[in-house]
Design a protein around this ligand. Structure first.
Ligand code: THG
Length: 373
């Protein structure tokens, strides 16, 4: 069976780095925020090993920014999330659940505070722009809500800091986790954060405009030759090992942040003004009845999870449906299948034995804590 290919048209937006990504031999894309997101260069496993040893440059332009600017910007951003934003300072990033009026997850972006009246919401895969624009219009508040021409380029892996220091200077080493600062490139200033969708460490360059995309890419590739720099992308195996969640896969509008294990990013009692606050107060106090967990699945490598796989557990001597697996991959380093799923509280204790109905057959599995590694 040959893998189907993707019909690319204008609707599936290219990025300032797309020509370089193709020249680097991209083998697979996914679509994220209506934009190309490269996922495989050599193979998922080879890319995984390389990411954990060296350094990669990722076209993550699909992490689009929703910019909120104006006198009421802070008030509007606080409406979107149960995380208390009074603790967010200029130059800082927060990972924030964003919820609707029922407390359902709309997105799980990284929020950047650029100034007292200006924010970037670096979104996951959902059309958050329309929700925010609708609110701003309906409230008649003094804010502009736009998608600026900003394209993140991630540099990830254990050698990321050395590579970044060569291109942007030694001062990059002083940028702390989830902080950002402007750095100069050919007379232009880019915000650079220590962040990214891997657990291997690294940075994200918010490349402003389209013109400089290829020059930045080229400079990183030239400077990193002896570091074995390569093109890469968010890696399914590494992100599951690291317990990084994927909106649309591991969580949807049907889940509260607490079910997603994102309760530590919620201050529901003090987040006054948050749209979903009333709905979340009860679950924040009582806790959820199902929650995201890791699961190791026995046997050989399972195929990717494209529709949820049922999880069964024993209850009063009978096998009952107690959850579903939403992402899975074979982990070469852990020598088992690692997966993410949502599990009912009766079975969510780490170490609990369950069975998972995978396309490769029914498998025994064990509930684990996230992250795996
Ligand atoms: N970087 C930026 N934008 C993004 C992502 C990113 N937008 C889309 C997507 N990724 C949003 N989802 C996540 C998920 C996890 C993290 C960041 C964005 C993350 N989590 C860390 C963790 O869970 O260990 C740290 C969270 C913390 O401690 O604050 O980094 O990757 N720009």
């Amino acid at each position: 069976m040959s893998a189907p290919s993707l019909s690319i048209t204008r609707r599936i937006r290219s990025t300032p780095f797309s020509r370089r990504v193709e020249a680097a031999g991209v083998k697979a894309y996914t679509v994220y925020n209506h934009m190309l997101l490269p996922t495989v260069f050599e193979s998922v496993e080879a890319d995984y090993h390389h990411l954990k040893r060296h350094v990669q440059v990722w076209d993550v332009a699909c992490e689009r920014q929703v910019e909120i600017r104006g006198r009421d910007a802070t008030r509007l951003v606080q409406m979107l999330t149960p995380r208390d934003l009074r603790k967010l300072s200029i130059g800082q990033c927060f990972y924030v659940p964003m919820v609707d009026e029922t407390g359902g997850m709309l997105n799980d972006p990284v929020l950047l505070k650029l100034s007292e009246d200006r924010y970037w919401i670096s979104i996951a895969d959902s059309d958050l722009l329309y929700w925010v624009k609708g609110l701003a219009y309906g409230l008649h508040w003094e804010v502009d809500v736009i998608e600026p021409d900003v394209s993140p380029l991630a540099v990830q892996g254990p050698k990321a800091e050395d590579l970044m220091a060569r291109v942007f200077g030694e001062a990059i080493r002083n940028v702390k986790f989830f902080r950002f600062e402007p750095f100069e490139f050919d007379g232009h200033w880019f915000n650079i954060a220590r962040s990214g969708y891997s657990k291997q460490g690294g940075f994200e360059i918010y490349v402003d405009g389209t013109k400089l995309g290829e020059p930045v890419w080229d400079r990183l590739m030239e400077a990193g030759q002896d570091l074995e720099v390569r093109a890469g992308g968010p890696n399914m195996i590494e992100r599951i090992e690291g317990g990084l969640l994927s909106y649309g896969s591991d969580m949807t509008r049907a889940n509260t942040p607490h079910e997603c294990g994102l309760g530590r990013f919620c201050d529901t009692f003090t987040a006054i003004g948050c749209i979903g606050r009333d709905a979340l107060l009860r679950v924040a106090a009582e806790g959820p009845v199902r929650q995201i967990r890791g699961l190791t699945i026995d046997g050989d490598g399972v195929p990717p999870c494209t529709t949820p796989w049922p999880i069964y557990g024993e209850e009063d001597g009978e096998d009952e449906l107690i959850g579903m697996v939403t992402s899975a991959a074979w982990s070469p380093d852990l020598a088992t299948n690692v997966s993410v799923g949502i599990v009912r509280m009766t079975h969510w204790k780490p170490g609990t034995s369950v069975t998972v109905e995978t396309p490769a057959g029914v498998r025994t599995a064990k509930v684990r804590t996230l992250p795996f590694a």
